[in-house]
Design a protein around this ligand. Structure first.
Ligand code: PLP
Length: 354
């Protein structure tokens, strides 16, 4: 078992620094599997970067981030009455935590449960329709703040090309609402999925707001060449055409060598996230990859001798069986082969980050 993420530390750190300079007021996003690196590693990295705030996905993620990052931590999943059952309240209401409020009806209980002065941002509902208050409800949010300390607003935007208009329209709605005067200090406006240029434009248009971009993917994964993933060859067998092998005892469509390589379903290998291919053409291309696909095999993410190779059968829990056709140079047991994985859905056995 060694599916390894190799990080070129110097190159990665240079990219992180460059991205932090490009996005003024950046709030690094730390969530899920830590974009492949792990949330603890990212919390330490954000501390090293020197940002004053990070954002986490859920309250449960505070456990890994609070001890490793010294600044404020914005929880992006909105506060709900039932989260208190899942996290210890001293963590949930740590003074460094900033909460997201997205429903008027949550304010009653939050006001009584949270210590005086607990900081919140109010999220507006965008075209995402994920979380957020409707703009008509902003007045009633303002009327129900009580002893909570409102520091600003947040919105979450789709992965569209042009998000500036929607961001600006929400900025205007917040500034014009009864909420704006309720903010202590200059209101923060935290946004996702704007380009660095759009962030600058928005900040120029809205001098009354401190615009802060929440960035995950473009920060941690923006320089694909700064890391690579390998699986270890742990066994190798010569097979003949027609020979039945594997759990499913399928006959081999061609002869060659079967490699047993670290990396299986428990790592997220071969478990594709639902496709984002949005056009018929994209879908057709993925079906028409051809080759041994016609024999019922699936293309694996493992590369041997410069080419992506076929799975002999669906990946096992911790290893995969890969077919290297006769005539292709076979890597030795103990050698590493390259794997192309989706970083947000993969769990690595080891992270090699000098
Ligand atoms: C995940 C997330 C982000 C960061 O998204 P990336 O595409 O990784 O930059 C920002 N805001 C919210 C609310 C999120 O859930």
């Amino acid at each position: 078992m060694t599916l390894t993420l190799h990080v070129d530390g110097e190159r990665w750190r240079a990219h992180l620094r460059g991205t932090a300079e490009l996005y003024d007021g950046i709030i690094p996003v730390i969530k899920g599997n830590g974009y492949g690196f792990g949330n603890r590693a990212l919390a330490r990295r954000a501390d090293w970067l020197g940002t004053d705030t990070v954002a986490v996905g859920t309250y449960a993620e505070l456990v890994d981030v609070l001890p490793r990052f010294g600044g404020d931590i914005h929880v992006m999943t909105p506060w709900r009455p039932f989260w208190a059952d899942t996290v210890r309240t001293e963590r949930m209401y740590d003074p460094r935590v900033v909460h997201t409020v997205s429903r008027v009806e949550d304010l009653d209980l939050l006001r009584t449960e949270a210590p005086e002065g607990t900081r919140i941002v109010v999220e507006g509902e965008t075209s995402m329709a994920r979380h957020g208050v409707d703009r008509h409800a902003l007045t009633s949010v303002a009327d129900n703040l009580g002893r909570l300390r409102l520091i600003g607003f947040s919105i979450h935007l789709p992965l569209s090309e042009d998000n500036l208009a929607e961001a600006d329209s929400w900025a205007a709605a917040f500034e014009a609402s009864k909420l704006a005067p309720a903010v202590s200090g200059t209101p923060v406006f935290t946004v996702s999925h704007l380009t660095d240029r759009e962030v600058r434009t928005l900040a120029e248009r809205r001098p009354g707001l401190v615009v802060r971009p929440r960035v995950g993917t473009a920060l941690w994964l923006g320089d694909r060449g700064a890391f690579r993933v390998t699986g270890l060859v742990i066994d190798s067998h010569v097979v003949e055409r027609g020979e039945r092998i594997g759990y499913r005892q399928r006959p081999m469509p061609v002869g060659g060598t079967v490699l047993i390589v670290s990396g299986g379903t428990s790592h997220g290998i071969g478990l594709e996230a639902p496709t984002s291919a949005s056009t018929m053409k994209q879908r057709a291309t993925s079906v028409a990859k051809g080759g041994l696909g016609a024999a019922g095999l699936a293309l694996s993410p493992f590369t041997v001798a410069g080419k992506q190779r076929w799975f002999v059968e669906p990946p096992h829990m911790q290893a995969s069986m890969i077919l290297v056709p006769a005539g292709v140079a076979v890597p030795a047991v103990g050698e590493e082969v390259e794997v192309d994985v989706r970083m947000t859905t993969t769990t690595f056995d080891a992270v090699d980050a000098p």
